[in-house]
Write a protein that binds this ligand. Sequence first.
Ligand code: BJ8
Length: 426
Amino acid sequence: MSDYTPMWSDLGLDLKSHDALLSVLGEAYQDIFLSQRDRPEGMKYFDFVMSEVHGLRIKEIVDAKAQGRIVVGSYCVFVPEELILAVDGVSVGLCAGADFNFEAAEAVLPRNICPLIKSAFGFKLGKVCPYVEASDIVVGENTCDGKKKAYEVLAPMVKDLYVIDLPQMKSDAGRGLLKAEYLRFMKKMEDASGKTITVDSLKNAIETTNAKRRATRRLADLRKADPAPISGLDALLINQVFFYDDPVRFTASVNALCDELEGRVKDGKGVFPKKTTRVLISGCPMAVPNWKVPMIVEASGAVIVGEESCVGERGTQWLTDDKGETVDQLIEAVTERYFKIDCAVFTPNPSRVDHVKDMFKRYNAQGVIHYSLQFCHPYTVEAGPVEAELEKAGIPVLRLETDYSQEDAGQIKTRVEAFRERIEAS
Ligand code: BJ8
């Protein structure tokens, strides 16, 4: 195995804390992922990616920077990857899913802010995330109030913070704002990279991004089968790697895995026995290494068959139309595509519950676990109406609100088991 210490040092990481973090992650990965039974062979690629997530992938990014490419880090699926790739930039996700260094985060943020935001600050202040340290530009966005205000605190800590102003309503004015903001972001990408976005470069970027989304949709489709050919944990991991990996290699690896899974479905093979209780997760995104709830659900004997989440279908389900003949037409198509994302920061947000119902049917699910992070107002507030509407439609719902600690793991386990029994009894 290569020694990446000089590279981590050059990036300014705190080597001691970073080593400690990698060691905890390595153990968790072993316990949660590598201990699963009958995993598809194709997961070996993703195991490798995870084993090198701070190593080889960071080396590739550092090499790309040396070749003059810009690295753009982001925290939200509203940041259009197409415009980053169109200037040959590298796009990386920065959301964090571990309760690391929360004490330092709480020194600059309120204690009662969502763990996703706190974690991003814990990683930044603890100097343990090579992705944020390697980013030439960090892109924030006006989504929830927590993130919006936290970016003001983050600004002096990073090289270049750029904030996209997102609409909060799905109106014509909202769509107009989104397009104007994407045009402003395009200019930012051009200025930072010294490259001009052309019809060809944008079409190529759209094709690369669409191919990645198509591959994850293909994977999602295969999860309709009973028995499930892949665990929810492994599928979540792939959706998490979606934000870090080289897009072309990622697409090829997901498609290779899907070829294998098609064989499994044909042969009636799965990772859980046929007729295992099938649940859908809906709610806040689960960033690496936030695996707590899926681990509990699948250890309880149910299988997760889909995620209505930004690390899941909300982030990947729509494609961008590439038929435009001018840059403006293509930006219009990019706007059209992202404007469909039904994040709970929009008001009202009726299409989200429609998507949950649609996914429930498509994946032959039997129940929905609504997952909110503590202090996430958009999703915790929306949880009530979503639950009421799903229950009205005869869909059993379990509403969970949790954080990144393990303190409530026992309580969640009890509630998930009771939910599974409720589904099985009906
Ligand atoms: S499009 S879900 S990625 S904003 S969990 S920080 S909402 S308080 S992450 Fe998100 Fe974009 Fe929406 Fe998706 Fe705030 Fe809630 Fe925390 Fe959140």
